[in-house]
Each structure stands twice: as structure tokens, then as C-alpha cells.
Design a protein around this ligand. Sequence first.
Ligand code: NAD
Ligand code: GLY
Length: 362
Amino acid sequence: MNKNFFLNVELGARSYPILIGSGLLREAGLLDPYVNGRDVLIVTNDQLVPLYLQAAEQLTSKSRVQTLVLPEGESAKTLDTLNLIFDALVEHRYGRDCVLIALGGGVIGDITGFAAASWQRGVDFIQIPTTLLAQVDSSVGGKTAVNHPGGKNLIGAFHQPLCVVSDMDTLHSLPERELGAGLAEVIKYGLLGDAEFFGWLEQEYAGLLQQDKERLQHVVRRSCELKAQIVAADEREHGRRALLNLGHTFGHAIERCAGYGEWLHGEAVAAGMCMAAAFSERIGWLDAASVERTRALVSAFGLPVAPPQVSPTDFLAAMSLDKKVIAGQIRLVLLRGIGRAEVTADYAEHELVQFLSEQFVS
Ligand code: NAD
Ligand code: GLY
């Protein structure tokens, strides 16, 4: 039986709840305790309007509610699009007491969060994530951003939401490929910090692919619990939070080398995690059986286990653009075991160069 669930991200005065369940968007007035009659701007995109906008508008019963529909997709995650939010706030004369609501996937969540972080030096916002990726990752933890032509998420701020509402029912309309991209981030949580959860995913992958609601809810709940613990311990990524980037240094290089938009972020992270596991084995951290389990689970979810064939030199150059690079040294999240990840620069550069040259021999 599906039961709605509630967990808290513990950040002192900025703590907030994550509501996870079915039918949440049908609960008229659900957000009243958070909004308290203040002016609301719902930010969404053209694909989501016919699906969930009407429901979202009913979640506050005592507020003036306006809606802004942005263009869809990663290519719209720009300063120009951000400006459309500010234009709407000016047009509707919304002040410091307004509340923004992000209704959509990670793109809408990140851009709306950044608008909330900067409008009149910071206003409240609420996340209603509608993709699996956004429910398990981007809606939690307060990272907000837009892209710059020079790179992804280069302009942003930490700004925590007032609450997160994850309604499992929104996943019904999600294209299969987008569901897979979210499952990659789910595998990440098992690999980086919860071997038991990883084992559960190995057992239950078939039900997840069939979108079994109870299993999906378990996945969202466990992923949010793991992320909430890490964020509570290291909100601004001075240390442990970097573990959440497992597979991302390789993955971002895949996205860049393949051409942005060719691979979904989650697909690139999936192949990136396989590369991180294989490189962990190469430097003597991880056993071959764990590398194989990683590949098998990624593959079971229909996700890619290897990068596209590109030049290893270009790939290394793309890896060196990573935000975790310090003093020219690429820090990687590598594995000591399933469920045991560490951030490290403790490897010889020639080992990485050799490893990459082998990955890209066709
Ligand atoms: P997305 O927001 O582009 O959504 C994917 C597609 O699904 C879009 O076309 C969207 O319109 C559509 N969609 C959304 N919900 C739907 C639904 N319920 N039914 C049908 N279609 C639906 O992509 P995403 O994967 O959700 O998010 C990716 C973004 O998240 C990237 O920009 C990435 O940088 C960011 N991100 C941020 C964090 C963070 O911590 N802030 C973490 C991970 C990723
Ligand atoms: N998705 C990485 C983070 O939130 O830190």
C-alpha cells in the first residue's frame, strides 16, 4: 500500500520538509501553511501546463497566483530566461514577501531557485519536482543555477526551498528515457553510501522499470534520505557533499564531448559511474566483481556503460573543466567498495591518461 511520507532536511533555521507520496497535487490548500496568503508566482514550462498547472494552482487557497511559462529544455537554462522571471515579478509588482513555485524538472527547479535567491536579495520558493531526477536529486539541497556559454551551472547560488512536494503520480507522464536518467542518480546513492540500497536495486530493477509506484516511492524516499544527510552535514560542499558528484567528472566530459543535448545528464552520469568504478579498480581500490556489479545494474536500467568514442585528449581537457579541480589537479570521486566512495586526487596523472587511452580505443 502506498503511504505518503515526510522527511526533514535538517539545516537549523533553514530546515524544510520533503513530502513524498501519491495524490499530493490533488490536495487543495496543501501549501497554505508555507505560503500564508502571500503572492505566488508559479514557474513552469509549456510541456507541463496541460499536465499539472491546474492542480498546482489549487495548492494555495488564499493567495494571488500568477503563472509564468518558460520555454522547455536545458538550452533555456540561461540568463535571458532568468530575466523573464524578473520581468514577470516586476510586471505583477511582487515584493520581498512573494513566493516562487517551481513546477517541473531540474531545469525549472534550478532556474526558479536562482531567481528566488536573487530577487530583492532573496525570497522564498517551493519545489514541485516532476521528473525522477528532480525528485531524487535537484529539488533537494539548495543548489540553484543557470548555464553560461562557457559551461553548465556556472552562475548560481545556494538557496534552500521552503518545502519540496514530490508527487509520484507526476512520473506517469514522464518519457521512459527521462525515467532512466533519474534512475542513474538513484544508482549513484547506493554506490556512494548505501550498499544495502544498491543490493535492493539489483533485486527490484524490473519493478522499477515497470514504474511500480510503491518501489518508485521507496527509491525517492531513500535517495532523499541519503542526500538530506549529506546536505545537513556539508551544505556548501566544503567536503562530503562532493561525493554526490560520483560519476559526474567523467559524465560532464561525456556531455561536453558528445555535444550538449546528445546525452541526457543521467545517461552521462551512468557511463561516468562505470568509468569511475573501472578507474578505482585500476588504482587498486576496488575489486573486479564490484566493477562488474556496477556495470550490470547500469545496464539493467537500460543505461549506457561506456562513453562515446572521442579523442582521449579532448576528454581529458573536458574533465579538467570540472568544478572540483583544485590547483590544476582533477579530484575524482572513486570507490573503495559498493557503498564506499571517497573524493581523491591521490592517483598518478599518467594512470588516468593511460586509462583514458584504453577507454577510447575502438
Ligand atoms: P528537465 O528539467 O529538462 O526535464 C526533462 C524533460 O521532461 C523536459 O522536457 C520536461 O519538460 C519534461 N518533463 C518534466 N516533468 C515531466 C512530467 N512529469 N511528464 C512529462 N514530461 C515531463 O531535466 P531533469 O532531468 O529533470 O533535470 C536536469 C537539470 O537538473 C539539469 O539542468 C541539471 O544541471 C540539473 N540538476 C541540478 C541539481 C541540483 O542539485 N540543483 C542536481 C542534478 C541535476
Ligand atoms: N547534485 C549534487 C549536489 O546537490 O550537490
